[in-house]
Design a protein around this ligand. Structure first.
Ligand SMILES: [Zn+2]
Length: 346
């Protein structure tokens, strides 16, 4: 044989194995009857486009009421269900050895039990990390609030299968709640202080990250004044994977202005900034004010991967009210987590 012929033969063999493997994993419609009509749509009023005979099998596309759509030699064909036996191929699910899974789609259903008949108790976004309590064939029981919920295996990826993923384990993160003590930061429309909002967000972020296995440090654990120098040298002392400085904005003269803005100092931090920023904007639904280079002392002094987040304007009355709510804080934090997780797993 000439070399090209050998290669062609090998290629063909490989291809046919592949095609064969694909066909055995799908559900199959087996004809039960002679000269059964194949129609162009799901009903006897549709035109007949051919006939099938007893024992013939076709890939099943879908079922609609009493009709079955088959792949009729590359065309779509419909056969009355009474002449079809469906052979279901049990999908194989590998043992999950990770203790968490990540959702692959937006609006993934969490259910109260391990079947589609169980109530949907929550819709979660793509990229949500779920802690696995127990895995059972095609359903995973995951931690949800104070209890557990079930998610179908088809909608999640085992986090161990993600490239280079180790979640937040082995990650050290320093969270810097901006301002504190006599430095109140910006002042909101109802005389609220930036330092209180930054602390609220930092605590929520810290508790979520700790829960996800990260080693978390805060530059302040209560309402006290700490200089920018001390904050920076603290994070340089702790060997951190990310330093996140949290701030809120204010422009008293422009009470309509809202939005989230993310600052980085060195260009190497741009991908991290982009990732976290996108997560926050998506999760919060607040205005996107983009990522920018920011010549902030805290970023300049930090030798570690650092970001400064401006998470919203407390000079905007609606934002200020929203920021005081637990729900919105949780949304913001879930966005930060999503961004960090995507960045670390890249
Ligand atoms: Zn600030």
């Amino acid at each position: 044989m000439k070399l090209t012929k050998i290669i062609t033969t090998i290629l063909f063999t490989v291809l046919s194995i592949f095609v064969f493997e694909q066909s055995v994993t799908a559900n199959t419609a087996i004809v039960n009857g002679e000269g059964v009509n194949v129609r162009s749509g799901p009903g006897s009023e549709y035109d007949s486009i051919g006939n099938v005979n007893d024992g013939q099998s076709y890939p099943l596309v879908q079922q609609q009421n009493d009709w079955v759509e088959i792949d009729y030699n590359g065309e779509s064909g419909w056969v009355s269900q009474e002449y079809i036996n469906i052979e279901r191929t049990e999908q194989e699910y590998d043992e999950i050895d990770s203790d968490s899974a990540e959702t692959m789609y937006n609006n993934t259903h969490l259910r109260s039990g391990p079947s589609v008949n169980d109530a949907i108790i929550e819709y979660v976004d793509q990229g949500t990390i779920l802690n696995i309590v127990h895995s059972e064939k095609e359903w995973l029981e995951v931690e949800y609030e104070e209890s557990t919920a079930f998610v179908h295996r088809d909608f999640v990826t085992d986090t161990t299968k993600l490239p280079n993923n180790d979640g937040f384990k082995n990650k050290t993160i320093v969270i810097d709640p901006g301002h504190g003590g006599r430095d109140v930061g910006a002042i909101g429309t109802s005389n609220t202080y930036e330092k209180d909002f930054t602390f609220l967000t930092a605590q929520e972020l810290a508790s979520e990250l700790t829960y996800l296995g990260a080693d978390v440090h805060l530059t302040r654990s209560h309402d006290e004044f700490i200089s920018l120098n001390s904050r920076a040298s603290y994070t340089n002392f702790v060997d951190t994977d990310a330093f996140i400085s949290i701030h809120y904005n204010s422009v008293a003269d422009l009470p309509d202005v809202t939005g989230i803005e993310t600052f980085y100092y060195s260009d190497q931090m741009k991908p991290l900034a982009e990732s976290v920023h996108q997560g926050m904007v998506r999760a919060s639904g607040d205005e996107d004010r983009g990522i920018s280079y920011g010549d902030f002392q805290i970023l300049r002094l930090s030798l570690q991967p650092s970001l400064l987040l401006e998470l919203g304007f407390i000079s905007n009355k609606e934002q200020e009210a929203l920021l005081s709510t637990n729900g919105y804080q949780k949304q913001l934090v879930s966005g930060i987590l999503e961004g960090l997780s995507k960045h670390f797993n890249r």
